[in-house]
Design a protein around this ligand. Structure first.
Ligand SMILES: [Zn+2]
Length: 182
């Protein structure tokens, strides 16, 4: 797989041109700010929970989990995998900002199931430099959720590893399915 060939095509629609998308977001923010009232919260999440999830655009965490502003930390990356940087965020979340529960969310039809570690090799061939990070692709979503739970539970940096649960979100039905840790 060529990395350059992996760039999606045919997604040009109403939004095109350099900066046009960002301009749209900035305009939306102006409307948001006009209605915004200071919620008077501090930075500690009300529900004392951190949610680690895939960055997938079809997963609206707040809507899917009934979360409100200020309720939780959301930590997202490609796959929702527990990398060193996720451990960094969870450590700060727990030790500086008081969260105690961790919820891990992968999902069906994840892009990480369709790429392999070959991605790194292809990238190296293309740019002449091998990335320092692992791609963290996976074949079996349940197994990857289990591995992520294990990485959280065994981290020496976290204060609280008792309440760690993992789920797969179905992008077609909107339902969460819990993955057993065992
Ligand atoms: Zn995904």
């Amino acid at each position: 797989m060529s990395t350059s060939a992996a760039v999606p095509t045919g997604s040009e629609g109403a939004i095109s041109g350099r900066g046009a998308v960002t301009d749209r977001l900035v305009e939306a923010n102006q409307r948001y700010a006009a209605e915004f009232a200071d919620p008077g919260m501090d930075a500690r999440p009300v529900l004392k929970v951190a949610v680690v999830a895939c960055m997938d655009a079809r997963l609206d965490l707040h809507a899917a989990l009934g979360l409100e502003l200020g309720d939780c930390h959301t930590i997202r990356n490609a796959g929702g995998v527990v990398t060193d940087d996720v451990i960094r965020s969870l450590t700060i979340s727990q030790r500086a900002l008081g969260t105690r529960s961790v919820v891990l969310i992968h999902h069906t039809n994840c892009g990480m199931e369709t790429i392999t570690e070959e991605f790194r090799h292809d990238l190296e061939m293309e740019v002449g430099q091998r990335p320092s990070w692992a791609v963290e692709s996976f074949r079996d979503v349940d197994q990857d959720v289990r591995q992520s739970m294990q990485r959280v539970r065994t981290s020496p940096f976290l204060l609280s590893t008792e309440d760690v649960r993992g789920f797969v979100f179905d992008v077609r039905t909107g339902e969460l399915r819990e993955v057993d840790a065992a």
